[in-house]
Structure formats: C-alpha cells, structure tokens
Design a protein around this ligand. Structure first.
Ligand SMILES: CC(C)(COP(=O)(O)OP(=O)(O)OC[C@H]1O[C@@H](n2cnc3c(N)ncnc32)[C@H](O)[C@@H]1OP(=O)(O)O)[C@@H](O)C(=O)NCCC(=O)NCCS
Length: 155
C-alpha cells in the first residue's frame, strides 16, 4: 500500500537522489539542489512537499511554493518509473491542490513544464489547469517552457 506524508528537510537527500535517478532528462540547471529545495519548499514562507512511500521507500514526491504574495507554484512532481500509471501522480497533485484551495490568500496557482512532457500536461489539463504561455529557450538554448495555471471551468 502506498502511504503519503509531508516531507521534512531530512528527506532532502532522498529527494535529490530520487530526482537524479528518475528524471535524468532534466538539464542540470533545472534539477533541484539543496539550496533550491530550501528556497522552494523547506525554507519557503508557505511551501510544502508531499512524498509517496512504498514501505520506507520514496516512490514519488511533489511540492508547492509561495512565489509572491498570493501566488503559488506547483513544483517538482516525479513518480518512480516502476510505479507510474497507478494514480500516485494524481494523488500527489490532489494533495497539493486541496491545500492551496483552502488558503484564503491564494490568488493564483501556476505550474510550468517542458512542452513535450505529455503525461504531466494531460494530468494538469484534465484537472482544471489551462495553458497560458510558452517561452522559447526559457532555460537556455533549446530548453523551452510551457506555463499553466489553475482555472476551473465555471458550470
Ligand atoms: C507525470 C508523472 C508524475 C505522472 O505520474 P503517474 O503516477 O504516472 O500519474 P497517474 O497514474 O496518477 O496518472 C494520472 C493521469 O495523468 C495522465 N497521465 C499520466 N501519465 C500519462 C502518460 N504516460 N500518457 C498520457 N497521460 C498520462 C492521465 O490522464 C492519468 O489518468 P489515467 O491513468 O486515468 O489516464 C510521471 O509520469 C513522471 O514522474 N514523469 C517524469 C517526471 C516529470 O516529468 N515530472 C513533471 C515535471 S514538470
């Protein structure tokens, strides 16, 4: 059974190890470092990360971060390749969104990803996000970025 829990600074090494093993496609300058994990999550004014555990083993993680007053960004969602397509990514997404929707001051919730990353794009688009921007060479030559934000359909 997969269990979910809030991650603490003690999990930093696990997260970095996990990211280097299971997201090898990410350019070095986009991977998290101990400092970026602090600024995005552990020392962020209102950041949080959730982990998915199979027993003691981290098999997925995802976080969010306060970027500016009222503006939150989802960051760093990865599921171990052997555990994908079992609903773990969706659960990690929902835990974050549930938190953020409860915050009275949250004016916007955004996310970014690679334009070719169809699994995450489909996950976001089927759960209330829309694409609002595309920036070419955002992280350097050939590393474009897609920008999404939460905008639920009005019924
Ligand atoms: C994106 C990722 C986190 C999804 O995790 P997951 O646990 O496999 O996702 P889930 O099983 O919860 O899938 C939820 C929904 O997302 C979509 N989805 C997930 N993987 C998909 C894929 N390979 N192709 C198309 N849609 C996909 C589907 O809509 C799926 O619902 P369904 O299974 O009912 O069709 C995982 O593929 C991953 O770790 N990718 C590499 C890291 C990464 O790129 N992270 C994003 C950084 S911005």
């Amino acid at each position: 059974m997969i269990c979910y829990q809030i991650l603490t600074p003690e999990h930093k090494t696990d997260i970095l190890e996990f990211e280097s093993q299971y997201a090898p496609g990410l350019p070095v300058y986009y991977r998290h470092s101990p400092d970026s994990l602090n600024s995005y999550i552990f020392k962020n004014k209102d950041g949080r990360a959730y982990g998915a555990f199979d027993g003691e083993t981290l098999v997925g993680w995802a976080g969010y971060s306060l970027r500016k007053k009222g503006e939150y960004e989802m960051c760093g969602m990865i599921v171990h390749p052997g555990f994908r397509r079992r609903g773990i990514g969706l659960k990690l997404f929902q835990l974050r969104l549930d938190d953020l929707l409860k915050k009275p001051g949250a004016k916007s919730i955004s996310a970014t990803c690679y334009p070719a990353n169809s699994p995450i794009i489909i996950l976001y688009l089927t759960n209330g996000f829309v694409i609002y921007n595309f920036k070419k060479d955002y992280f350097g030559p050939g590393v474009d970025r897609l920008f999404l934000r939460y905008q639920p359909q009005k019924s």
